[in-house]
Design a protein around this ligand. Structure first.
Ligand code: MRU
Length: 360
């Protein structure tokens, strides 16, 4: 395992279980949630105990390794194990609809299991070992992709820069380094002086709770603002670049990310500040032509009707709670990936991403 600025394993395989940092408890408590079965893991993903597109992908990969492990019984035919495994794959796929990394990881391990069963070279134990090795590879590759995109992205920042970010696209949202925050960590490692404004990110406060926690832990100057203060900090000329992560980037460069990202892109455009999206290739969905084809998760209205567990809206008043929005590619100055930095027009430039794009 490579050394990381982020000091704790976000998702790990331990004692035959998937063990996750419970991000719902941060920053107050650093505790792990142990998932010994698929139902518990699905709940952890739905509740955002593990969250952020790449981290969800890693958790799902370990989930399928866990599924095979749990389903293989003495003398049970491989086709029976595969059938139970496919049911678990469907359950994991149903947890959250927007982050494409979830489906990317499920397809990757799902196809491996299908191929190994069809080849009939390995017994159930051997296939279990191969699936676990693949899940470890998903984790290791995710960290490597974050590192690579961080290096590519940091070159876009001046020696001294103030960055505005939204939600959490750091170590907690990935295998352990980060995408938007990976660019910031890499810039700092390159000797640049970086300060960050972090949108608090209502309703679940990933910016205030998680991004601020990670950056402060790394000794990076961070200031939390209300989401609605973003216009003010941009208008006051405090921001050199806006950098966010993404949950799904489609063929024309439209990018889904945490609700509140699209207004930042509009504001950045208005104020002549570059707006960058940082994501690994596992976040690309070349089969979807435009953002109109992205399914946006709608979460429980209660998340909006309450603040810190107390009701903040009058009883009986409705709330609408889309978890993500779509930023049109034309508002994105550049997309930072582990395969380099891409500029508009994305319909042609993103084709250079190559064979991995065909995975979906
Ligand atoms: O609902 P969440 O917390 O899973 O949303 C996370 C985001 O929107 C992140 O910005 C995105 O997944 C990129 S993480 C590297």
């Amino acid at each position: 395992m490579q050394s990381l600025p982020f000091p704790f394993p976000v998702v790990q395989w331990k004692d035959g279980q998937v063990v996750l940092i419970d991000q719902t408890l941060l920053p107050g408590k650093l505790e792990y949630r142990r998932c010994a079965d698929i139902e518990t893991l699905c709940l952890a993903i739905r509740e955002l105990a593990v969250r952020g597109a790449p981290a969800i992908g890693v958790a799902a990969a370990y989930g399928l390794a866990l599924s095979w492990n749990l389903n293989r019984g003495a003398g049970r035919p491989l086709t029976d194990i595969l059938s139970a495994f496919q049911d678990d794959r469907v359950s994991l796929a149903a947890t959250r609809p927007t982050a494409v990394n979830l489906f990317w990881a499920l397809d990757r391990l799902g196809r491996l299991a299908e191929n190994l069963v069809a080849a009939a070279d390995l017994d159930a134990d051997g296939i279990g070992v191969a699936l676990l090795a693949e899940a470890h590879a998903v984790l290791e590759q995710d960290i490597a992709m974050s590192r690579a995109l961080g290096l590519a992205g940091q070159e876009l920042l001046p020696d001294s820069a103030t960055v505005l970010t939204h939600c959490n696209a750091g170590g907690l949202a990935t295998g352990g380094y980060g995408t938007a925050l990976g660019v910031i960590f890499a810039a700092r490692e390159a000797g640049k002086s970086i300060s960050v404004y972090a949108d608090e990110t209502r309703p679940l406060l990933q910016g205030a709770r998680l991004t601020a926690w990670e950056l402060a832990d790394q000794g990076i100057d961070v200031t939390v603002i209300c989401d609605s203060a973003a216009a003010t900090v941009l208008a006051q000329g405090r921001i050199d670049a806006v950098i966010t992560g993404a949950d799904r980037i489609v063929a024309n460069g439209d990018a889904a990310n945490k609700i509140g990202t699209y207004p930042l892109a509009v504001l950045a455009h208005r104020h002549g500040v570059p707006f960058y999206v940082a994501a690994p290739v596992s976040t690309f969905d070349p089969d979807t032509a435009s953002g109109k084809g992205i399914v946006i998760e709608e979460r429980d209205p209660q998340e909006v009707q309450e603040f810190h567990g107390s009701r903040s809206t009058p009883a009986g008043v409705k709330a609408f709670n889309p978890a993500f929005d779509v930023t049109p590619g034309e508002l994105i100055t550049a997309i930072i990936t582990d395969r380099g930095v891409f500029k508009p027009p994305y319909t042609s430039s993103l084709r250079a991403l190559g064979p991995d794009m065909e995975l979906k």
